[in-house]
Design a protein around this ligand. Structure first.
Ligand code: ZN
Length: 426
């Protein structure tokens, strides 16, 4: 059987089948399209598309994980829909091991969410949050030094958006805090203002007979200190919007642990969110609620102009910001490991060199159905990856062969590629 025949059979199979089913474009490519069309950062727009070094063409890898181009420059942004996943496994592993070690040693484990008021100034919010976190750390280390205690932490910067309304951004911190020894309760030296006293009493805090605030636990210490730091920075602070939870070592709370970790890891980046379904209920979210980063991209995909503005404002504000951080001593809980990187588990089925001519065509923006050629090609391959390798190989060889047969009428490479992709309902 010649290559030509193989390919024809294959195309017939695909076209008759795909006439009956609607091909769904994977969320990843739709999210990537949003990023490439609207990110204010050039490196994010071009992420994964410029070959490293002087290679003129590109290498297309088809594996059990789908299709991708190898040897490309990446942006490394923690808000990039593809790059953010790269170090995720390493980070997850470090956090898990840290939590395990802490449990084994009998340390005290806590989860904390710190917030500042919602606003429409993303940049200011970051500055306030960073200032607050710095202030909190200073006060913690002063107190712990006096108690001969030690703290370990991992911190994650997260954000939610409200598309409608003026207070768009809600940036906050998720922090895992581990305390070496039990926290000693103490009574504050100074006397609180009447306003503070009323507020803390309402929140269930206790005062001694000299009207001084008693800090009974580490949770209370963190809450009160965050409150003070925010007030000092002239920001409103509601204790109801903060959260500190202790993780107990019994089985019951391992559920709490995993729930929190999911929140901690997701960064609002889970691709599943792109389709606007909420959790297991499958309920659709709307623009009036609070949405995550991926959901914002989803709204842009659906044509929301306001979301584009918000997306750009946000990315400009977080430029250069490190979203993840951990304490220096975290390595004592979880020594860094050389983990197998993600691509190692990849089972490569095919590796095809895309010659410079085709690469040049593929690089054109919005080549097919509004998608750039490279993404269109990956999408087409992802739709058909369940097909035998030999067939796939023939198909891709077809791309490189001189115009004949089915493609004979295509005068230019552009037409040929277009024809090729339309066979897959593209
Ligand atoms: Zn990237």
């Amino acid at each position: 059987m010649t290559a030509q025949k193989n390919a024809t059979l294959f195309f017939q199979g695909i076209t008759s089948e795909s006439n009956h089913r609607k091909i769904e474009i994977p969320s990843l490519y739709r999210a990537l399209k949003v990023q490439r069309d609207h990110s204010p950062s050039l490196s994010m727009c071009k992420c994964g598309l410029t070959p490293i070094g002087n290679t003129q063409g590109a290498e297309l890898i088809v594996s059990n994980k789908g299709a991708r181009f190898a040897g490309m420059q990446t942006c490394g942004s923690q808000w990039c829909v593809t790059c953010q996943a790269q170090n995720k496994e390493v980070r997850k592993d470090s956090i898990n091991r840290g939590l395990e070690t802490a449990k084994d040693r009998g340390y005290h484990r806590y989860f904390m969410t710190l917030t500042i008021p919602r606003s429409n100034d993303a940049k200011q919010q970051i500055e306030d949050l960073q200032k607050g976190w710095k202030g909190l750390q200073d006060k913690i280390s002063y107190r712990l030094k006096r108690q001969d205690n030690e703290m370990y932490f991992v911190r994650n910067h997260d954000v939610t958006f409200k598309i409608s309304g003026s207070e768009i951004f809600h940036q906050h911190l998720h922090i895992i805090i581990i305390l070496k020894n039990k926290f000693d309760s103490f009574t504050e030296f100074r006397k609180r203002s009447l306003e503070d006293m009323i507020y803390f009493l309402k929140q269930g805090y206790k005062f001694n007979d000299q009207d001084k605030l008693i800090i009974e636990s580490w949770e209370q210490f963190l809450m009160v200190t965050w409150y003070d730091v925010q007030k000092k920075n002239n920001l409103k602070c509601s204790l109801d919007a903060q959260d500190v939870q202790k993780v107990n070592d019994d089985d019951e709370s391992s559920d709490t642990l995993s729930k929190y970790l999911v929140k901690f890891w997701s960064l609002g980046h889970e691709l599943a969110c792109f389709t606007h379904k909420k959790g297991k209920t499958g309920k659709l979210i709307n623009e009036y609620g609070s949405i995550g980063y991926m959901q914002l991209l989803g709204f842009i995909d659906k044509g929301s102009k306001k979301s584009i503005e918000i997306y750009r404002d946000f990315l400009i504000a977080v430029k250069g910001l490190r979203t993840m951080g951990k304490s220096q001593n975290w390595k004592h809980l979880a020594p860094p490991l050389e983990l197998a990187n993600d691509h190692d588990e990849e089972e490569v089925k095919l590796s095809i060199f895309v010659n410079p001519v085709y690469w040049h065509i593929l690089k054109r923006p919005k080549l097919i159905n509004g998608f750039a050629g490279y993404d269109a090609l990956c999408i087409a391959i992802n739709q058909i990856k369940h097909l035998p390798n030999e067939v796939l190989k023939e198909m891709l060889r077809f791309l490189h062969s001189p115009p004949n047969g089915q493609f004979a009428h295509c005068k230019t490479n552009y037409q040929r590629l277009f024809q090729f992709l339309t066979l897959f309902k593209w």
